[in-house]
Design a protein around this ligand. Sequence first.
Ligand code: ADP
Ligand code: MG
Length: 518
Amino acid sequence: MTALLYRFFSMASKGKILIIMSEEILNVSHISKSFSGVSALNDVSLTIKAGEIHCLIGENGSGKSTLIKIIAGVYEPDEGEIIINSHHYSKLTPIESIHEGIQVIYQDFSLFPNLTVAENIALNYQLERNKNWVDWGNVRKIAQNALDRINVKLNLDALVGEMPVADKQLIAISRALLQDARLIIMDEPTTALTQKEVSSLFSVIKDLQKQGISILFVSHKLNEVLDISERTMVLRNGQMVVDADASEFDTKKMVYYMTGHHVVETAYVYEENTSNEPPLLKVENLTSRNNFYDISFELKAGEILGVTGLLGSGRTGLALSLFGVFPADSGSISIDGVQVKINSIQDAIDKKIGYVPEDRLTEGLFLDQEIGKNMVVRIVDDLKGGQKLINQKSLQLQIQDWVEQLNIKTSSSQLPVKSLSGGNQQRVVLAKWLASCPRILILNGPTVGVDIGSKAELHEALRVLAKKGMGLLIMSDDIPELMQTCNRILLMRKGRIVEEFHREMVTEDELTHKLVEA
Ligand code: ADP
Ligand code: MG
């Protein structure tokens, strides 16, 4: 029935054109593309119909962005054909792509930070039509109309540079609409958005769909794809693995198609230490004004405790405070039952607290350098200080120890890091942070932007560390991740702990709902 309702509609600005729902607007046919002899896409085909929400998923480097750039006319394919609105192209210029109604919203949005919202939305439109002259009186009106089309209210006179990412994205979408977009392509649009912003982006996408506009949504976040997709295509190593109705996918299948193998994670089982010894870490009434308040919890050796909350809930502030970056104003911290002062990072390190900052697991490696050297880069200074000369032998032993403990798959620690798979590279970064032998390890968003396969491997490494007696604190809003790794999870809201969950007592869905509740 709805399909019938949507069957006909007229594009507001080109009143005469009728689009039929089942009409194909884009047909990418047998496209191949190499960069200096290395294949990025191999015989990939994709069809998008009017008003369809199509998702494109694949691990990093699988060719998603390359495919988009070919559709946008940025890259010329080596082979294949692109058919848009029944026009055939063996290569396409960016202008032709735009004139065919294709708009790409890249991750940087290509907006002008020093212009206002209205100017950013309407200027291209004005310039295109009037060449050298801008009808300033009209700019605000045009911009307002574009924002109205996606039911969004923004201050037209605000400078774009100062606006949050989510608003910039809406501005970019409105601007695309003014170019008579029939297909809007979004490359990983949710990377920098909070859960709430993702939901509002999704309602905008559904609104666009009602106006007959097609969406190609590129992502590697599977729960989002399950939420929004009508048709899903999976790329792996530049090849199309599957393109099918979204109803045929579940998370397991998507992971399988993306990685080529089954990724099975078993949740962490914490065996409670029944001895009477004091907890490894005890935090009481810790408060940092304007940040977090009255935080109390215990972390035992061998536990993996999750701390979740939306952006601004205070979880990062808490992590930084425990690591001495921003010491708390009041409250107390005890280790092994002895109260300690953590007023600086050095205090934290002396107390054997380690901190892995957000995003650190995806960067910070010297790819051309040896695996072993990358691991010890943080402690070389310590070693030098004490002994003047680095004791090569003890260094080698330590490196070998980490390679074994973290099960890094390599024939030699003297090979460059770039010879390792993504998951093994992640372990090298972890080793780098572990080299200072922490007893308590705080990880902030440890797998943001990490592929599914690598993520599972890293989670396993964390479970192994806990099994050996380390206490881990994971700050994350990735609920599946917390469910896989933690035995307990604290929920923070507005700087306070509002609830505590034992992993076996809560489901992923329940926790996700709790997280986004206002
Ligand atoms: P994804 O967007 O899925 O992460 P990309 O399309 O960016 O993947 O990359 C696919 C492959 O093509 C990767 O191996 C990448 O290194 C390579 N590649 C992409 N763009 C270029 C380029 N301009 N020059 C050389 N290699 C590139
Ligand atoms: Mg990409």
